[in-house]
Unconditional design. Structure first.
Length: 128
């Protein structure tokens, strides 16, 4: 049971409450700055695997010179290269944009507590 210290100026929290509050703060900071960034980076890796599976970028690069629709004539070979030349840049653009958005989310996640503290601090120092 938590004990309260009575003084002339009222009640103050016991040292156990201060330790408990410090533990909550350290757990929050560890979760925010260590555990969640690791989770976000692992999620990015899984997203890249799904994008590679859905867009077949590596498969298209490995089969770059294989004829289109198994047509081994000259037209089929040219069509295969042309179609892959059109599709691969679009797929790479999609992968790059998804990675940039996800990495921007990670940066915002890491900066958000600092920005919140600064806004709160300047709100108290410079009220409107």
């Amino acid at each position: 049971m938590e004990s309260t210290v009575y003084t002339m100026h009222g009640t103050t929290p016991s040292p156990n409450t201060a330790k408990l509050l410090l533990n909550y703060i350290t757990d929050l900071l560890q979760w925010w700055f260590v555990q969640m960034p690791i989770h976000i980076i692992r999620s990015l890796g899984r997203i890249n695997l799904v994008l590679n599976d859905r867009l077949s970028i590596l498969l298209l690069l490995r089969t770059f010179f294989i004829p289109w629709k198994r047509d081994y004539q000259l037209v089929g070979r040219i069509m295969g290269v042309v179609m892959r030349l059109l599709y691969i840049p679009v797929a790479l653009f999609i992968v790059i944009m998804v990675n940039l958005v996800y990495l921007a989310f990670l940066v915002i996640w890491l900066i958000l507590p600092i920005i919140t503290l600064l806004i709160a601090l300047f709100g108290f120092i410079l009220p409107i």
